[in-house]
Design a binder for this molecule. Structure first.
Ligand code: IMP
Length: 423
């Protein structure tokens, strides 16, 4: 697998965790480079269930070095609780490396995420309220506090004092919220700093050296292409770069070093939070997909909006990520639906739109143009290769490949790690 990037090809929640988990077992290093604990996946290993939000799941496999790169925003309390849970299950966390440049989420980020969403009223984004956006705002404003600051007590105290003053002004005077306590934050974060300091280093050097010495390095994406701050469905996006280019900036590696890029998609589409969704189903098929596919958020528990597969979106994901392959998950969820639809283009004012619009307001009034496929009723959950799939399922997969001009390299037919095969 050498150097592989794995990204979400839709709006996140594509089942990346399972594919990451499969590939992590073959990896010498697993790298996170963007987002924070707005992401989340559940891994079942050796009968134990682990809920990971920040630490790459490679931590469960002996030998894999797990990197939290400079582009990730870190809530120290969350990463420490993940580390404690792992330690309690006998997992060695000394292989965890946290970049010194990664920004730290502070209590005022959480407060501002909540307050600013509330203030937007009906125009809210539907964030996960984990302080992600406000933390990246500080990074862009150049007042952010980084891991290298956190672990230097005097530097941290000075920066925290300045920021708490600024943020409390905004919290109380603009939003009418409760101020953050400087003393409590200082005391809590001093403790976090002591515990995290041994893991902090320059991870860009580690990643570069691993790649140069021929190691298998897996870049683990969070969220999905449509949630990208730049190319996604702005403003209904996250504040980082879930596209493959995000790995370069967020892990400090050049683009020529990443050889393969696998996009993870579901055999249908889902999204949480607000924003347009052309193939959304507000009917019993949408409800059926939600129930059968257990489409409820891992971080917030919110029911996910469900709809047909959208090839316009997947073509967008192929383009903006330079995908070399697709892993199509949850094919089993479609079993029993007699007619399956795939959106091949949008239609608006008599014109056909084949490329996902750069301005989401253009999606208003767009009608999906569907191609219909016969479904299947046979159980596919035990399939180990294409030969085990019903003919109509294979036809569906081949048609999708053609519509998006990208090979399907993996198929998921159930939640277990073993219910997945390569093509
Ligand atoms: P934030 O990342 O919490 O700021 O939320 C911004 C948008 O991204 C919201 O619509 C969230 O629901 C969405 N989002 C963030 N993380 C994920 C994820 O891991 N999966 C799916 N949606 C996400």
């Amino acid at each position: 697998m050498a150097v592989t990037a794995l990204v979400g090809a839709q709006w996140g929640d594509e089942g990346k965790g399972k594919v990451i988990d499969i590939l992590a077992q073959k990896s010498d290093m697993v790298v996170r480079a963007q987002g924070g604990n707005n992401a989340g996946h559940t891994v079942v290993a050796n009968g134990v269930t682990y809920k990971l939000r920040l630490i790459p799941s490679g931590i469960l496999y002996k030998g894999a070095v797990c990197v939290v790169g400079n582009g990730v925003v870190i809530d120290p309390a969350v990463i420490l609780s993940e580390m404690d849970a792992l330690k309690d299950s006998g997992v060695d966390v000394s292989r965890l490396k946290i970049d010194a440049r990664a920004h730290v989420i502070l209590p005022y980020h959480l407060a501002l995420d909540e307050l600013s969403e509330k203030a937007r009223g009906a125009g809210d984004i539907g964030t996960t309220k984990r302080g992600i956006g406000p933390c990246y705002m500080d990074k862009a404003e150049r007042i952010g506090i980084r891991m290298c600051d956190l672990i230097k007590p005097a530097v941290f105290e000075e920066k925290l004092k300045r920021n708490v003053e600024i943020k409390n002004n905004i919290i109380t005077k603009i939003y009418g919220g409760e101020p953050i306590s400087f003393e409590k934050t200082l005391a809590d974060y001093k403790q976090y700093a002591q515990k995290l300091a041994p893991y902090v280093c320059d991870t860009s050097v580690l990643v570069f050296n691993a790649i140069k010495s021929g190691k298998n390095v897996l870049f683990e994406g969070a969220q999905g292409a449509l949630l990208d701050l730049d190319v996604g469905t702005y403003p209904y996006v996250t504040s980082s770069h879930p596209v493959s280019g995000g790995f370069c900036v967020g892990a400090g590696v050049g683009p020529t070093l990443i050889k393969e890029c696998l996009g993870i998609a579901k055999a249908y589409t889902t999204r949480v939070g607000k924003g347009p969704f052309p193939t959304e189903l507000d009917d019993e098929i949408g409800e059926r997909i939600r129930t059968v596919g257990a489409e409820f958020g891992t971080v917030t528990g919110r029911p996910r909006r469900c709809g047909w597969l959208d090839a316009v979106i997947l073509r967008f994901a192929v383009r903006v990520n330079g995908l070399t392959g697709i892993a199509l998950n949850k094919l089993d969820t479609l079993t029993g639906i007699s007619k399956l639809k795939v959106c091949v283009a949008y239609k608006k004012d008599g014109a056909q739109i084949c490329d996902f619009p750069s301005d989401i307001s253009e999606l208003e009034g767009c009608e999906p143009v569907y191609e219909e496929f016969d479904g299947w009723t046979e159980d596919v959950t035990g399939a180990k290769s294409l030969n085990d799939l019903p003919a109509n399922a294979v036809k569906y997969l081949r048609a999708v490949e053609k519509l998006i001009d990208c090979p399907i390299k993996m198929v998921g037919v159930g939640p277990d790690r073993t219910q997945n095969f390569e093509i």
